[in-house]
Every structure is written in C-alpha cells, then in structure tokens.
Design a protein around this ligand. Structure first.
Ligand code: SIN
Length: 314
C-alpha cells in the first residue's frame, strides 16, 4: 500500500492533490459531478467580511493555453458562507481549507476570528495575491513587510494550518516565502495568477473590463515550476504548487521541484473531476515506480546546481 497522505500542522490530507480556490466554488456546486472524498482537500473561493459583487464584465477571457480572469473577489461573504455552505462542507470526507481575502488587516482578522468559532474548517489559505482589486490583493502581496504582518497577526489567532498564497508578480518570491515562514505560517501556496492582458483589435479596447487580469492555466506552468523551485530552496515549510496542472505528469513535475502537494485550478473549468484524475494518476505513477510513499518524489529532481542561475541570487 502506497502512502499518499501528508500533513500540515498535524492535519492529515489523504493525498497530495487539492482543488484551488476560485475554481471549485464552495464545493457544493459540483457535488453531483465529483467524488470529493478522493481529493486531498478543497480550497474554497476567497471569503471577505461582506458579500462582494466583484468586477463588471467582461471578467474572463480565454488565451492560448490559458485563461485571464478579473473576477475581483466576488463572493457571498463569510456570514452567508457559514449559513449556506459550511453545513455541506462539514459532511465532506476531505479537508476543507477556507480561503480568506480582505481589504484591510482588520478584515482578515475579523473573518478568521468568526471562522474560528465554527466547526468543520481544517485550515486557512490567506489570499494576499489577487491582482484584480484596488484595495488589498497585490497591494499587500507585493509588500513583504505587510505580508509578514498579516501572517503574524493571523498566526496569533489560530492553531489551525495557516497557508499564505503568494503572488509571482514580485522580483524574488523566495523573500516573501521566508518572511511568512518566519512569521509562523505553516505552508505557502505558490503561485497565484500572473498579471496579463488581452486586446480586442477591432474595438481597440482591452478585453477585460479592468484592462489587466490574472493569467492561469498551462501557459503559466513553467513560471510556476520555477517559482516553486525557488521557494523550495529558501524555506522548510510545505509548498502547495499551483499553476496549469492538467495531468498527473504535471503534478509530478511540481513535486520533483519541491512542492509537498499541488492544487488543481483552471483545469476544473474544463473538467471538475481533474483533481481526482490527477490524484489517481499520481498513485499509479508511484505504484509503477515502486515507491512506498509519494513523498519520495518531493524535491527529488536531480539538477546541476552549479549551472543554476537562480542560485546566484538566492
Ligand atoms: C479574483 O477573484 O479576481 C481572482 C482571485 C485571485 O486571483 O486571487
């Protein structure tokens, strides 16, 4: 029997494949389509204190091998989440990670404090990396001292796993990972979307209402791999690798460069069962390679470190 599970701060995830925030709703939307008990965990859509409508349309654009979004953190708000979504999530046989987004440090704390009073939440993922809002989002996530402060303050409020979702839209993501590790975070999610844009040449206008948005999907996988690799050189806490994972082979690449586990995101818009397929594929690969534990893949890439450009500034 192959060991597929892993733990963050004592919470055991049954396998190393979670579904990424914003790509799986609050879980209940897909309950007739996906057996979520076969996933390591569900990361919910970001929650703020009050409901948010998000940005005006158009807020999704398909691009070559990718997707641009500018949703603007549309969500039902933490109170409606507790009343309408948490009862379902309490029954699922997988770990529930609630993603929190906020416009101020106070709001992060208020949302987390209220969630701490509820049953059925296994941990938190903190979104400091949304590129589609004017307040919060990248204002926080590109400011290393602010990212550290948010992590420190939230750490003081919970004993549950605290995972910080980092943006790739900075020069050295490893500095941010180090800061949140020092602040007491238990893990980092690497990466959120890459700022991008698309233009309608006939209208001579940007396709997204907000001009720029966040690029995801296979187009960003090479970027995400390099960021995970960079972070893995810098910190000891687990890394949840995200960015264009469509298949088990993609997930294995992330593990090899240092991710402890992965999150499947944009692929869910094509097939919400992708995460389950990736988890099964990962187990099959481990079987074929006679591994006792999927952990044997984590950081197992052999590289010529002396040729690595990254090492020169880490
Ligand atoms: C959004 O709601 O705009 C996307 C969320 C994110 O990129 O963090």
């Amino acid at each position: 029997m192959i060991k597929e599970s892993f733990s963050i701060r004592g919470v055991e995830f049954k396998n190393r494949v979670l579904v990424a925030s914003g790509t799986f709703g609050y879980g209940d939307e897909v309950k007739d389509l996906v057996d979520v008990s076969k996933l390591g965990g569900i990361c919910t859509k970001s929650l703020s204190w009050k409901p948010r409508d998000g940005n005006p349309p158009r807020r999704i654009v398909e691009t070559p091998s990718g997707m641009l979004n500018s949703i603007g953190l549309a969500n039902i708000g933490v109170h409606n989440f507790i009343d309408e979504k948490l009862p379902y999530l309490r029954q699922v046989d997988t770990k529930v990670i609630v993603n929190i987004a906020a416009s101020s440090l106070q709001e992060y704390c208020d949302v987390l404090r209220l969630l701490e009073e509820q049953e059925g939440i296994d941990g938190y993922e903190i979104n400091v990396s949304c590129p589609n809002v004017k307040e919060g989002g990248l204002n926080f996530g590109t400011d290393c001292s602010m990212t550290r402060r948010i992590s420190e303050q939230l750490r003081a409020l919970t004993e549950k796993p605290l995972i910080i979702k980092l943006t790739p839209n900075v020069t050295h993501i490893s500095e941010f990972a180090r800061a949140v590790e020092e602040a007491g975070a238990d893990a980092v999610s690497v990466i959120n979307t890459v700022i991008g844009m698309a233009v309608d040449i006939h209208k001579k206008k940007p396709k997204l209402s907000t001009v720029t948005g966040g690029l995801s999907g296979p187009a960003i996988k090479p970027i995400a791999l390099a960021k995970v690799y960079e972070v893995a050189q810098a910190v000891k806490i687990p890394i949840l690798g995200i960015g264009g994972i469509m298949t088990a082979e993609d997930a294995i690449e992330f593990l090899l460069v240092g991710a402890t586990a992965v999150q499947v995101g944009t692929a869910n818009f094509i097939n919400p069962g992708t995460g389950v397929d990736v988890a099964e594929g990962l187990r099959r690969f481990a079987e074929q390679h006679q591994l006792a534990d999927v952990a044997q893949l984590v950081g197992a890439m052999e590289s010529n470190v002396e040729f690595s450009i990254l090492q020169s500034w880490l």
